[in-house]
Write a protein that binds this ligand. Structure first.
Ligand SMILES: Nc1ncnc2c1ncn2[C@@H]1O[C@H](COP(=O)(O)OP(=O)(O)O)[C@@H](O)[C@H]1O
Ligand SMILES: [Mg+2]
Length: 272
């Protein structure tokens, strides 16, 4: 059975058709990329999947469970975690504390136990801390656990957000433009990180504009344009798909050409 099923998903904002009968599935263990020009409906798709927005019509299932009447925290408990296009961290909190906020979903601690922690709670907290430190090690931030999150460099914040999402021990991780704003070197590091993350028995749904990352990492690609799914398939097929080239890839290449001479700076969102 598919891990995630998105079935005829439709989301309208007044007259704006952000999603129009979008249907696709994510298989367990795969890395599926969701691509398309800006405004195609990619982030809206994530927002409906994780419960930040109700759909206008359609359904979403995680491992056969209908998600639509469940609030975001309940979906998170079922194994759904995400990161945001605009990084969302607790800036004043330490790097380690940020990871622990992800973990608290899984801690068996009610309000009373938190006030009078017994041995069980302390054990659970020690375990959470060890797990958080392991995740910081995984994302290359182990030496910065005490730093305030706001003092991290941009690429480090992106990695911290991934560590926090992983602290939820999700089955499906949704990443919204994880390479946005990263330089080519950082993008390569991110690719390696995502490959390692996937070895943890995790399924990834990734929105991304960086085609080297999309083509290099994903098993399958779903393409949205103006709210509609226009193609899906293996990277080699999507790369040559006429509608995808017309709606997205062709325009991206033109943008890249016109960007040459801007000392290699990468625009995170090539199509505005
Ligand atoms: N909360 C919202 N209210 C109104 N319109 C929205 C909202 N979120 C997204 N939209 C609109 O829906 C369309 C799809 O947006 P979005 O999902 O952010 O696209 P993408 O992530 O592919 O760039 C855009 O036209 C956008 O302006
Ligand atoms: Mg978006």
């Amino acid at each position: 059975m598919s891990l995630l099923t998105v079935d005829s998903l439709t989301k309208h904002f007044g007259g704006v058709k952000a999603l129009e009968e979008v249907t696709f599935e994510v298989e367990p263990g795969e890395i599926l990329a969701l691509i398309g020009p800006n405004g195609a409906g990619k982030t809206t798709c994530f927002n409906v999947i994780n419960g930040l927005l109700p759909p206008t019509a359609g359904r979403v299932f995680l491992d056969g469970v209908d998600l639509l009447d469940l609030p975001p925290y309940h979906r998170a408990r079922l194994g759904l975690a995400r990161t945001f296009q605009n990084i969302q961290l607790f800036g004043g909190m330490s790097v380690l504390e940020n990871v622990l906020t992800g973990r608290h979903l899984g801690l068996p601690v009610g309000p009373l136990a938190a006030l009078w922690p017994g041995a069980g709670v302390r054990r659970a907290e020690a375990h959470a801390r060890r797990q958080a430190l392991d995740l910081l090690d995984l994302v290359g931030l182990a030496d910065k656990e005490e730093w305030p999150a706001e003092s991290l460099a941009y690429g480090e914040r992106r990695r911290l957000e991934i560590a926090r999402a992983l602290a939820q021990e999700p089955r499906l991780l949704l990443l919204d433009e994880p390479a946005a704003g990263l330089n080519p070197r950082e993008t390569e590091d991110l690719m390696e990180l995502l490959a390692r993350v996937r070895e943890r028995d995790l399924t990834l749904l990734v929105i991304e504009h960086d085609m080297s990352l999309v083509m290099g990492l994903s098993h399958r690609i779903v393409v949205l344009d103006q709210g509609c799914l226009i193609a899906q398939g293996a990277p080699a097929i999507i790369r040559r798909h006429p509608r995808v080239i017309e709606a997205y890839l062709g325009r991206e290449e033109e943008e890249e050409e016109s960007e040459e001479g801007r000392d290699g700076s990468l625009d995170s969102s090539p199509i505005q």
